[in-house]
Design a protein around this ligand. Structure first.
Ligand code: NAD
Length: 459
């Protein structure tokens, strides 16, 4: 398991080992033994699958594309996690993301284990036909280990509902006569996908932020005001006042999170900056997110990056470098692009008072420590970006009984589930010395440890 996740899991295990209320009958050597078993189970994936997908390109050349499926842990249910299409995919990254899925599902009480997939390509370099072949081959190579009760992939960076539709079709033809709707989630609605799945992660990211800063603080502000907890003071400083927000990444997660912030009537938000792989757009008076989404839909997901394109949209914004979004003087920075964006070498330049992790692992361990020391409140990925896997679970359930939910039902169930998790975490967080990330990991590790112990897996 890569450094940050592994280190936090170990800290959770240390805290749990010292908590005599947890498995009190286990003492001394047997207690130590159980925790060594736990550390071994959580720090390594159950299985690492690698294949080289053989594809004939449009120009007739044959290539072999490296691809992974990593199954971290299935204690709580079938493996579950996205398939990333990106040129920087590597085994360590996929393993780390698979471990994060195990913990995320445990935290939010989603009955799945953790897995993740990756294909080492830049999807923009491939035609639709070539991508179709890559998807088919991925399923062919991994067909024995995938399935509704074994391992259920979903979209991730660089993949979407089109790829899930293609993959499910291949799964169905390899396994004739068997249930197939639950084999992939994030499919198009017409092919058994769930209404609201595409928006779920972004909506969940914004909901988590809004619930913490508005609903939770409103109900708890009397005792929090007297608290010496640094994060309580950081959060209260943002309560009941207009907030400036910058969003890094304008794909599935970033664009929907930005739209939710733009539309929210609870808080007087101003989304002053958005960015993508090319550019940052900044306007201190606020940006029209619906116009930018319309533009991105017509331009392969990209934001306008010339004065002419902005003028055609009747939009006013400064065009800055793509990394400038990280350094703007804003209240809230939402990171929704990729990992390791805030690091030791640039953390000092980050001015935001609060960070929300829409992407997975966008803040490195060292940067996290530096921000925490400055009192910057970070809502971690494990808590904020679980909307996708939660609605994937609803999609999987709908595929089982072929009864489909309305969009309103899906969002209500999503928010109820996220609120349940938040209510289990936030009171303890504001009363304990742990960061919000550590608190979430402690909950997830305790849940997994309890289940593993009761299953007789720890000895
Ligand atoms: P996406 O491919 O739809 O969008 C990625 C965005 O990041 C695009 O706007 C792209 O231009 C931008 N980007 C790419 N490289 C960049 C760079 N070097 N600097 C700045 N921006 C860059 O991906 P997505 O589905 O929105 O996922 C974003 C993140 O959220 C990933 O870390 C993913 O693992 C995580 N996540 C996604 C989901 C989901 O349901 N899609 C669920 C949980 C977590």
């Amino acid at each position: 398991m890569a450094s940050q996740t592994g280190a936090i899991v170990q800290q959770s295990l240390n805290a749990l080992m010292g908590d005599q209320a947890f498995l009190p009958h286990l003492q001394d050597q047997s207690r130590e033994q159980v925790f060594l078993s736990l550390a071994a189970i959580l720090s390594t994936p159950n299985k690492v699958h690698k294949a080289f997908l053989r594809i004939t390109l449009d120009n007739g050349n044959v290539v072999r594309i490296p691809a992974y499926r990593i199954q971290h842990n299935d204690t709580l249910g079938p493996y579950k996690g996205g398939i990333r299409f990106h040129e920087m995919v590597n085994e360590e990254e996929v393993t780390n993301l698979a471990a994060l899925m195990t913990l995320k599902n445990a935290l939010h009480e989603v009955p799945f284990g953790g897995g993740k997939g990756g294909v080492i390509i830049n999807p923009r370099d491939y035609s639709a036909r070539e991508l179709y072949l890559i998807c088919k081959k991925y399923v062919q190579y991994f067909s024995d280990i995938l399935g509704p009760d074994k391992d259920i992939p979903a979209p991730d960076m660089g993949s979407g509902e089109r790829e899930m539709d293609w993959m499910m079709a291949e799964y169905k033809s390899i396994h004739p006569g068997q249930p197939y709707l639950g084999s992939f989630t994030g499919k198009s609605v017409i092919n058994g996908g769930s209404l609201g799945r595409r928006e779920a992660t972004g909506k969940g990211v914004y909901f988590t932020f809004r619930y913490l800063i508005h609903d939770f603080l409103k109900s708890q502000s009397s005792w929090l005001a007297g608290s010496t907890n640094t994060f309580a003071q950081s959060a209260l400083a943002l309560k009941d006042r207009p907030l400036t927000i910058a969003v890094q990444g304008f794909g599935n997660v970033g664009s929907i999170t930005a739209l939710e912030a733009y539309k929210c009537s609870y808080l007087q938000n101003k989304v002053v900056a958005v960015s993508d792989r090319n550019v940052t757009l900044y306007n201190p008076d606020g940006l029209s997110i619906p116009s930018l989404i319309d533009y991105a839909l017509l331009h392969k997901g990209d934001l306008p990056d010339t004065e002419e394109a902005l003028a055609a949209l009747n939009l006013k914004a400064q065009i800055l470098k793509r990394e400038d979004v990280l350094y703007l003087d804003v209240d809230v920075l939402i990171l929704a692009a990729l990992e390791e964006q805030v690091r030791k070498d640039n953390v000092e330049q980050v001015k935001a008072r609060m960070i929300v992790e829409g992407a997975n692992a966008p803040v490195t361990g060292e940067a996290d420590e530096a921000l925490t020391a400055r009192g910057v409140l970070i809502i971690p990925d494990i808590l904020a970006n679980a909307g996708g896997v939660i609605v994937s679970y609803f999609e999987w359930l709908q595929g089982r009984d072929t009864q489909f939910l309305s969009e309103e039902q899906v969002y209500k169930m999503l928010y109820d589930k996220m609120q349940h998790t938040l209510n289990g975490i936030l009171p303890a967080f504001f009363g304990e010395p742990f960061t919000l990330r550590q608190n979430c990991y402690n909950h997830a590790v305790m849940k997994l440890s309890n289940v593993l112990y009761k299953l007789g897996k720890l000895y």
